[in-house]
Ligand binder design. Structure first.
Ligand code: NFE
Length: 540
């Protein structure tokens, strides 16, 4: 048996370490390790509850909208606010939706696609086609000009060597590298969309407890519409095409294998509220392949966090609002700063695949009949397994669902504003943040869907200040360690059985973990400037 450590595993976004044991060419044990200390919730203690929206957005540079939104809902819940203005609902959907349009293609093109491409066909190209040579020049300069000598920090490297699953058709590789570049431009535009309605990006400032800060004027709405049209074109004609074409073509063998399959347990809190109280992406919990609940309050009550193998005090499990936030670095057996959330004791996969699995299990929900959901269902019926390739397909297809909803929400917003229900530029929070007193005491939670999955914030308020704050983020669910029963988290379970025919080239491990789109910055929230965790704890 051979032990392999990959640290960091994630491309660009780091601090996720993976240790695997390989015997007879397959992984038979795995530990996923979050290597940064979590502490952001402690920083919130004693602060004004309204600060939580802005502070929690700093957890992460990609899903900040989700944190700000979820935090606002948690504070609203603690306050007793059950309804926000209709225009605020639409604006929140549009602000966060634009962030998703940035996030999902980024994951595919910039963080994952290179796991499936054999760039050597481009590097070794000797033809005269000027366009191909231009693309080749880009790849070569990545290879030969590392910004720090000997260290490849560029987007195309580091990467593992190609294997037999890598695509080596020159035209496909060239097209994917071109789309990699196109996607960068589209991401700038998606961020701009979100900033038009939310004041700035990253770290929006438009969503606040009670609503949003202002209504956009007509010019802003027109700008947003124009940029949205470009996004829809790119998502439908480039991103989804690439993912589905690759997944059902050259990668079909991988897609129909068990590579990267975790548990038949999936969780969605429901994402993007509609006017009638339902969600664009349906809520639900699937355990052992069956939908067991679609009641959000019941789901919330069934969540616990186990810290048996995490560097926190107390080994017992508890509701997220109760679990320890005190570090215990010397704890025997502990191996990660990530806690182990469980639903009724079960590890649950969250994210695009989970949302799609819930959608295909809820035939009466509007999402079920969407062509993207039906495409996913047909992939499953054709034998595509809920593993690495399926996660990419689900992510791309659910972006199409969002692309269909966003113009509708924008139209509704236009009608609301132009119909006279609120004049442009007017503040429309129901609790103006400057004049709204937080409740003296209260407790609440917010549950949303972030791009990487189910996101929950819990807040307890005492003396108008935050007494305790807790975040259970998507990557906490997926990157969770073994619990007190020795049950692995979803990343760990997905690695069991992973083929590693070449011990020097564990490319399948990267494919599996990256298919979840890990964000350890979200899962664990603080690092010391010198990287010395212990020193921080002692002095901190
Ligand atoms: Ni830092 Fe996040 C998302 C949240 S963590 S990216 O999406 O919440 O999984």
């Amino acid at each position: 048996m051979t032990q392999i450590t990959i640290d960091p595993l994630t491309r660009i976004e780091g601090h996720l370490k993976v240790e695997i044991n390989v015997a007879d060419g397959v992984v038979n044990d795995a530990r996923v390790i979050g290597t940064m200390a979590r502490g952001l919730e402690k920083l919130l203690a004693g602060r004004d509850p309204r600060d939580a929206t802005y502070v929690t957005e700093r957890i992460c540079g990609v899903c900040f909208c989700a944190h700000g939104w979820t935090s606002s809902i948690a504070v609203e819940h603690a306050h007793g606010t059950t309804q926000i203005p209709e225009a605020a609902r639409l604006l929140r959907n549009l602000i966060a939706g634009a962030a998703w349009l940035h996030d999902h293609p980024l994951h595919f093109y910039h963080l994952s696609a290179l796991d499936y491409l054999d760039l050597s066909v481009l590097v070794n190209y000797n033809g005269t086609d000027s366009y191909i040579n231009k693309i080749k020049g880009l790849v070569i300069s990545e290879v030969s000009n590392p910004p720090v000598e000997g260290q490849y920090a560029g987007p195309l490297l580091p990467t593992y060597s190609s294997d037999s699953n890598c695509i080596n058709d020159l035209d496909t590789v060239v097209a994917c590298v071109q789309h990699y570049l196109d996607a960068l431009v589209m991401q700038v535009k998606a961020k701009k969309m979100s900033a038009i309605f939310a004041g700035k990006q990253p770290h929006q400032s438009g969503i606040v407890p009670g609503g949003v800060t202002q209504l956009p004027i007509k010019n802003q709405r027109l700008q947003f519409q124009a940029l949205l049209n470009e996004q829809i074109n790119f998502i439908n004609n480039t991103y989804v095409n690439d993912v589905v074409t690759l997944g059902t073509g050259p990668l079909l063998g991988l897609a129909t294998s068990a590579v990267g399959v975790a548990y038949p347990n999936f969780l969605s809190y429901g994402g993007f509220p509609e006017a009638n109280g339902s969600f664009l992406y349906p809520e639900g919990a699937i355990v052992n392949g069956s939908l067991v609940s679609s009641d959000r309050n019941a789901i919330e009550a069934a969540i616990t966090e186990d810290v048996t193998n995490s560097w926190y005090t107390s080994s017992g499990g508890g509701h997220p609002s109760l679990t320890s936030q005190e570090f215990a670095l010397e704890k025997t057996g502990a191996y990660t700063f990530v806690k182990a959330p469980r639903y009724n004791g079960y590890p649950m996969e969250v994210g695009p695949l989970a949302r799609m699995m819930v959608a295909i299990n809820r035939p009466n929900h509007p999402a079920y009949t969407h062509s993207a959901t039906q495409t996913f269902l047909s992939l499953v019926q054709q034998g595509v397994q809920p593993g690495a390739v399926a996660r990419h397909a689900a992510r791309a297809l659910e972006t199409q669902i969002l692309c269909d909803a966003m113009p509708r929400w924008l139209n509704e917003l236009n009608q609301l504003i132009e119909g006279g229900s609120g004049s442009s530029g007017q503040r429309i929070e129901i609790h103006d943040t400057a004049h709204w007193d937080p409740p003296a005491t209260g407790q609440g939670y917010g549950m949303t869907e972030a791009p990487r999955g189910a996101l929950g914030h819990w807040v307890k308020i005492a003396d108008q200040k935050i007494d305790k704050y807790a975040c259970v983020v998507p990557s906490t669910w997926n990157a969770s360690p073994q619990d007190s029963s020795g049950i692995r988290g979803p990343y760990e379970e997905a690695l069991i059985g992973c083929p590693v025919p070449d011990l020097d080239n564990p490319i399948n491990v990267g494919r599996i973990i990256r298919s979840f789109d890990p964000c350890l910055a979200c899962a664990i929230h603080l690092i010391t400037p010198d990287g010395n965790m212990k020193k921080f704890i002692v002095n901190g």
